[in-house]
Ligand binder design. Structure first.
Ligand code: SAH
Length: 364
């Protein structure tokens, strides 16, 4: 058992099985043993790779999206540029470089990063040099005011709860101990759960054996963003993998060295992630008053923002080796068989703000 698994086993012995969300929170965020607290997980030598690490074009196009949205917002000065879960800071570094085409925005923006990991905060500080960000553990402490929010692969790291349909109702799946006490194991609560109220109404008729995931932290975040967007002017861009429709089923997975890893094994040493339920997120934001655009596929979004033209510009001055890397990166981002369709892009906006770039034809 890892040090964290032993701690969790003792906790379970003392107070009983924990929810999957509690397990996920400890595995990812435990201050001494948590996955994100203890390492930089990104890149070819790490456990997974993300779009900004694949190609600089990704962050550059998001920077241009911010500049364009800021114009639509009426050029507020100051404006908060907030990133949730900035990883190595690569997306923001590329975005800020692209934003140089809009010097007024560069002067107006105040950079705020929501990041719990000390290791990653240090890498962000290095990547962002003189941009002087302010760091936060949570969005709550970011000051009020007009804002642009960006989050890539942040929502999938938020803790989910799982419920299984039984004849008498929904029972919560928890993490307890195997019969011999030597390892962690999934088990089902014996009685229907009072928390089943969290499950969206469309699952009411789901057959016995169905499994549903809910992510209360994502729904709270959607409502919080919507409240801010209602109180001022702004937009939020959320990019992640998941389905546009709520389809149910277990998507929680462990990831290590670019492959699957059993969820309960070696907690703290593997990433844990679940597909984002964009429909549930959008519904929570809409009912808290935000306009919602999308989700659209990452491919459609990046193509609408002009990824082809951006690639051509870079190729003009690239060496043969660089050209090959640029083409491979762009292909990986938009190819339907790679990241192009699996990843979706959703925007929340202040009520009445014109549809942001990349969401043409999408009705709010
Ligand atoms: N956006 C980056 C990194 C994605 S990995 C990229 O695309 O490369 C997830 C990021 O979210 C990491 O920076 C991680 O430390 C951060 N994170 C995860 N859960 C968090 C939470 N609950 N609060 C704040 N940051 C969190």
């Amino acid at each position: 058992m890892t040090a964290l698994a032993s701690l969790l086993a003792r906790r379970i012995q003392a107070t009983g099985p924990i929810t999957v969300a509690e397990f996920m929170t400890e595995a990812l965020q435990h201050p001494r043993h948590g996955y994100y607290a203890t390492r930089d997980p990104l890149g070819a030598g790490g456990d997974f790779i993300t779009a900004p690490e694949v190609s600089q074009v990704f962050g550059e196009l998001i920077g241009l999206w911010c500049a364009d949205t800021w114009e639509r917002m009426g050029r507020p000065d100051p404006v908060l540029l907030v990133e949730l879960g900035p990883g190595r800071g690569t997306l923001m570094a590329d975005a800020l470089r692209a934003i140089k085409v809009a010097p007024d925005l560069r002067g107006a923006l105040r950079l705020h990063l929501v990041e719990t990991s000390g290791v990653l905060r240090a890498l962000q500080a290095k990547a962002l040099g003189t941009a002087t960000p302010t760091w936060h553990d949570r969005l709550d402490t970011v000051p009020p005011g007009p804002l642009l929010v960006v989050a890539n692969e942040f929502l999938d790291a938020l803790p989910i709860r799982q419920f299984e349909r039984r004849a008498g109702g929904w029972h919560e799946r928890r993490v307890g101990l195997a019969a011999d006490g030597s390892s962690l194991a999934f088990l089902l609560e014996p009685a229907p759960s009072a928390s089943a109220a969290l499950i969206p109404g469309r699952y009411t008729g789901a057959p016995v054996g169905s499994l549903v995931e809910v992510c209360p932290a994502a729904l709270t975040l959607a409502a919080h963003l919507a409240q801010r967007l209602n109180a001022t002017t702004g937009a939020a861009l959320l990019i992640d993998y998941g389905s546009s429709e709520s389809i149910g089923g277990a998507t929680l997975q462990g990831v290590r060295k670019h492959g699957h890893h059993p969820v309960l094994e070696e907690p703290g040493d593997a990433d844990l992630t679940a597909h984002v339920d964009f429909a549930a997120f959008a519904a929570a934001a809409r009912s808290a008053g935000a306009d919602v655009h999308g989700p659209v596929t990452q491919r459609d979004f990046l193509c609408a923002l002009g990824i082809d033209a951006r690639q051509r510009r870079l190729l003009e001055t690239a060496s043969v080796a660089q050209a090959e890397a640029i083409r491979a990166g762009v292909t990986r981002l938009i190819d339907p068989a790679q990241m192009g369709v699996h990843f979706k892009v959703l925007a929340l906006a202040s009520p009445g703000l014109a549809a942001p770039a990349g969401f043409a034809g999408q009705s709010p």
